[in-house]
Design a protein around this ligand. Structure first.
Ligand code: AHR
Length: 656
């Protein structure tokens, strides 16, 4: 390895005056790399929870665009004006299109004026002044109705866009499109579709997208949210969850084949989080699957991450019905898994490869790994996993499989699966921990003594959960600084053990401030803005500085995992000749440290710090950068660094 000559530091703390009398020496053995860091190490976990997909990352603004919600007109309001009148009849076309059976038959009764429908969006629509919005509708003329007019409305009912008009409908279903430009910025806009001319028009898939989606894709993603994901530079994207994979019952499970192909042919289902928590009930929470498996693969590719789909293994959520498919009827579930590999990687001449190509991606997505089941447990999981593994390993021997180790990081369920699945020599065991900050700090050494030769670990879902602070506001409070700090301390342990833990993802990823079911979450948003939590910045500091090889970070010759409330890990990057040291101070006292790095000489670099004045400080939509990384120059060996109470610091080398 070339000598490292420059150092930059990424810190999560404020600097203090150096307290020379209390200097902790941390030695970084730059020339003694221990284990490799997986290029996929720090990834993201996406689940459609908290309105993460519809109403979140998926940029569609119209809620219930195809009238398939349990209540067909949920999200819609009938409107009329200028003396107009009419009605809508919901028709189920049955065999015509089983995935999207309903459409609306609009009857305009009056020759003048208009009858129409107004959509409320997902807790309103986020509209920006000067921006263009693309409307589309499937329509079929009965007789009469000659015109559709559209515009946006502010929360006060005033029109906030130009009008656009569509006409020329025929008696065959066709797609009609128009664009409008907003004249005001509004977080709670509505959208009006008005029908003119006495007669009948059938309508379906009424859609409104911002023109500016991420990377300008049709059926695309909300740019601010997608960019926050891209900025993490994640090594993988796990999708589509989570419990949503399992479903409350098997009928409600996630079936990827229903989420690909033409958007209007994807079958909407109720979102399991619609009813999961009575205290956070969301009757209007469904999965339109506009954001489906093709879009997930594309997102992963766009942000340079490996796709990691998790598939149902013939078991519904064991916290809900826990129903299972009988073993002699498991083949369709296994076939779904086999077909997914063909969809992702197959040649365009294969059935599923052809569909991928038809959707605009003839090149393979290069799928290398897949999860079988989410938080499953007990022998029923093992029985089903073995059948999946046999079929997948036979047909795709290079595909790496991820298996459940239950919903908790310890206990009977965990011990049973860890033992049994290690005997099966599975590639990855998926461990989940939603625990207190103390647990995270106390478990920074969790993997120091794991078997190095057995299955690898995927820390597939984790987040430090604090007790609800008294008088807390409803939304972001759970992402207080202390939770991020504890995760950072824990993550030094993941990094140090990068030979065992080869992937890790915080969960869940996204949450709408007015429509969440689960917290804490990595990123919060309303209809116009988003805010990255302190937890996000911790993830980013690690993921953006992951290096290629772990090097020892020692105090008194020992790993630093809680002694004097300090935690540290270090990596070098052999391609960029950088050293990155992450140091976490969880104490209530400032600590001064001196980093000594024999192999690095006296090196200049950057110190990045992330800290907060109080444990319960948070970032909010109103104050999104209260806790935010700052950078300053630093010299290793020569520099003594003061760590603010409850802080994390991460030094790294600059590129040569
Ligand atoms: O991340 C939220 C939920 O937590 C996931 O859906 C599930 O896997 C876990 O219990």
């Amino acid at each position: 390895m070339k000598r490292i000559t420059t150092i930059a530091f990424v810190f999560v703390a404020l600097t203090h005056a150096v307290l020379a009398q209390d200097v902790k020496q941390i030695s970084i053995l730059v020339d003694k790399p221990t284990v490799k860091v997986s290029p996929n190490m720090w990834g993201i976990f996406f689940e459609d929870i908290n309105f993460s997909a519809d109403g979140g990352l998926y940029a569609e603004l119209v809620k219930n665009r195809s009238f398939e919600f349990l209540k067909p007109l949920m999200g819609w309001k009938e409107i009329k004006g200028e003396g107009g009148s009419g009605n809508i009849l919901i028709i189920n076309r049955g065999k015509g299109n089983e995935n999207n059976p309903r459409f609306g038959r609009i009857t305009v009764k009056s020759a003048s004026g208009y009858y129409g429908l107004e959509n409320e969006g997902f807790r309103g629509m986020g509209i920006e002044k000067g921006k263009t919005y693309n409307f589309s509708i499937l329509a079929r003329k009965g007789n009469g109705v000659t015109k559709i007019k559209i515009h946006l409305l502010g929360a006060d009912g005033k029109v906030i866009s130009n009008d656009a008009t569509l006409q020329g409908f025929t008696d065959k279903w066709g797609k009609y499109s128009a664009s409008i430009t907003a004249t005001a910025t509004e977080a709670k806009a509505h959208f009006a579709v008005m029908f003119e001319g006495a007669g009948i028009l059938d309508v379906d898939m009424i859609s409104l997208f911002p023109k500016d989606t991420w990377k300008g894709r049709a059926n695309g993603l909300r740019p601010d949210l997608a960019q926050l994901l891209a900025d993490l530079k994640p090594g993988f994207v796990r999708f589509p969850g989570g419990c949503i994979v399992e479903g409350r019952d098997l009928a409600n499970r996630y079936q990827w084949k229903k989420t690909v192909g033409n958007v209007e042919d994807r079958e909407l289902i109720i979102n399991r989080w619609n009813t999961e928590f009575p205290q956070r009930s969301a009757p209007d929470y469904f999965q339109s699957y506009g954001l489906g498996f093709f879009e997930y693969f594309q997102l992963a590719e766009d942000i340079g991450a490996e796709p990691l789909p998790i598939l149902n293994c013939g078991m519904a959520c064991q916290y809900n019905t826990g129903e299972v498919a009988p073993l002699d009827q498991i083949s369709p579930f296994i076939q779904d898994a086999l077909d997914l590999v063909e969809f992702a990687n197959g040649q365009v001449t294969t059935k599923w490869g052809k569909l991928r190509a038809a959707m605009g991606h003839p090149k393979p997505f290069n799928l290398k790994m897949m999860g079988v089941g989410n938080e499953q447990w007990d022998v029923q999981y093992l029985d089903r996993y073995k059948l999946f593994a046999k079929a997948l390993n036979t047909k795709y021997p290079d595909l790496k499989l991820v298996t459940s180790s239950g919903p908790s990081p310890s206990g009977d369920k965990f011990d049973y699966l860890q033992k049994e699945l290690r005997e099966q020599k599975v590639n990855f065991l998926d461990e989940h921990y939603y625990q207190s900050p103390d647990w995270f700090m106390q478990n920074a050494s969790r993997y120091d003594n794991y078997d190095r030769k057995s299955s690898k670990i995927f820390a597939g879902e984790y987040a430090a959960h604090i007790k609800e602070p008294k008088g807390a506001k409803e939304s972001e409070t759970m992402n207080a600084w202390v939770s991020a700090l504890a995760e950072a301390a824990f993550m030094t342990g993941l990094e140090r053990n990068a030979d065992v833990v080869q992937m890790a993802s915080y969960a869940p990823l996204l949450a709408h401030v007015e429509a969440w079911q689960w917290r804490p979450d990595l990123i919060w948003f309303d209809n116009l803005h988003s805010v990255a939590t302190p937890n996000y910045y911790v993830q980013k500091l690690f993921a953006n500085n992951k290096g290629t090889d772990v090097v020892p970070a020692l105090m008194d010759g020992k790993i630093l995992a809680g002694k004097d409330s300090l935690y540290a890990s270090a990596v070098i990057d052999k391609s960029t000749h950088q050293l990155v040291v992450k140091v976490v101070n969880t104490s209530s006292l400032p600590i001064t440290i001196q980093l000594n790095s024999a192999g690095a000489g006296t090196s200049k670099g950057t110190l990045t710090e992330l800290t907060a004045s109080n444990n319960l400080d948070i970032n909010t939509l109103a104050d999104p950068k209260k806790i935010y990384p700052t950078e300053s120059p630093v010299t290793i060996n020569a520099s003594k660094l003061s760590l603010k109470p409850r802080s994390v610091k991460v030094p790294y080398t600059e590129k040569k």
